[in-house]
Design a protein around this ligand. Structure first.
Ligand code: SF4
Length: 265
């Protein structure tokens, strides 16, 4: 039974492919002949897929009959319990196109910058959750079915409906460039058909938090200064809602940034 890191790698590799996942699910209904499996998932590279599943100890093959191993059965059961595969399968997603940028509105936080609204087609729906690890500072929100991505000053929100908003954009060229990068990153993963691996945790520094606080040192949060508040926030000793000035409309973008950063503390 897989236990050491190399064996776990074999399992992860075996299950990273949509055809092999389909084979495992097909086998969960009972033993099958290689013919039946070929009829279900296609005959292309069938031997190769079977070999990888066998090497990972997920299946056993005897005289042309394929069955889930005990480990394979437990693996599927655990996955089902965790609901790990209940999100949309990336292998079903189609490459996206960015349709025209629809609006360029002045940014609430900084009138020299723009808030952009665009559309992607086809909409990504539930696949967005699977794409979260593609972006070092990306966070999927189930509440609004959207992927929120922070990169530098820009916050991009990709909704399951296909709508995309971007804040703190300098000009139309920057909007187009950022949208193009977004499209390429997503399409690369969709073309591979493999859900991205979990990302490494991004380190957030107190100065980065401080940068988006109002910096008025008003003490309404109970702390002497915004920097003290930033340090306490990092240590989990306070929460963003204690800084009530952040609720003012002029800080709406700052709050968006801080909410994204707070996910990485
Ligand atoms: S309430 Fe907000 S603005 Fe005022 S000191 Fe605290 S962190 Fe700074």
């Amino acid at each position: 039974m897989p236990g050491n890191p190399n064996e776990i790698k074999l399992v992860n590799n075996a299950m990273s492919n949509a055809t092999r996942r389909k084979m495992m699910n097909f086998l969960s209904a009972g033993d099958k002949s290689t013919e039946e499996i070929g009829g279900e998932v296609g005959k292309t590279m069938l031997d190769f897929h079977l070999k990888l599943l066998q090497q990972a100890s997920l299946i056993e093959i005897e005289e042309g009959i394929v069955r889930l191993s005990e480990y394979g059965k437990n693996f599927l059961k655990e996955k089902e319990e965790k609901g790990a595969d209940k999100t949309a399968d990336i292998s079903q997603a189609k490459p996206i196109e960015i349709t025209e940028v629809r609006q360029l509105l002045p940014c609430i936080a900084d009138s020299s910058k723009f808030r952009v609204i665009a559309n992607i087609a086809p909409p990504l729906g539930g696949t967005l959750k699977v794409l979260e690890p593609l972006f070092p500072r990306g966070k999927y929100s189930g509440k609004i079915n959207a992927l929120i991505i922070q990169k530098g000053e820009i916050i991009t929100t990709v909704y399951g409906t296909g709508k995309v908003t971007m804040t703190m954009i300098k000009n139309e060229d920057e909007a187009k460039e950022s949208l193009k990068n977004l499209k390429n990153t997503i399409n690369e993963a969709i073309t591979k058909g493999v859900a991205p691996a979990p990302r490494e945790k991004v380190r957030v520094e107190p100065m980065e938090i401080y940068k988006y606080l109002p910096q008025t040192n008003c003490s309404k949060c109970g702390d002497q200064s915004c920097y003290t508040f930033a340090i306490k926030l990092m240590g989990g000793e306070t929460s963003l809602d204690k800084c009530t000035p952040l609720k003012e409309s002029k800080y709406v973008t700052n709050l968006e940034h801080l909410q994204v950063l707070a996910n990485y503390i």
